[in-house]
Design a protein around this ligand. Structure first.
Ligand SMILES: [Zn+2]
Length: 109
């Protein structure tokens, strides 16, 4: 009777040890899975970024072209970058024209 109980205890202890090992293994699996998930998330982010980049979402908007052809064959270009629609001049014949509507110094209405 006593012997049998001891045997049972030993058997239960072994079982307990096996279960503890299993728990440890599961914990390690969990960590590995979390790592894998993090890596997948990073890959998805990379792919999303690449896709957005391919679709041109991050491209710089193109500078509008404010220059105009002059009758002399030259090109009118803005005199002031800050007010590209205001005064334009031709670098070839030096003629210029002013767009009063775009003037920054016009009287307030
Ligand atoms: Zn000109």
């Amino acid at each position: 009777m006593l012997f049998s109980r001891k045997k049972k205890i030993v058997s239960l202890e072994k079982q307990n040890e096996r279960l503890l090992n299993e728990i440890q293994n599961l914990k390690e699996n969990e960590i590995a899975l979390k790592d894998a998930i993090e890596q997948l998330k990073e890959k998805v982010n990379d792919l999303l970024w690449e896709q957005a980049h391919n679709e041109g979402l991050f491209d710089e908007p193109e500078e509008p072209d404010y220059s105009e052809a002059c009758s002399c064959g030259g090109i009118f270009t803005p005199m002031y970058d800050e007010h590209p629609n205001w005064i334009k001049f031709c670098s070839t014949c030096d003629s210029r024209f002013e767009n009063y509507d775009a003037s920054p110094i016009k009287e307030p209405v």
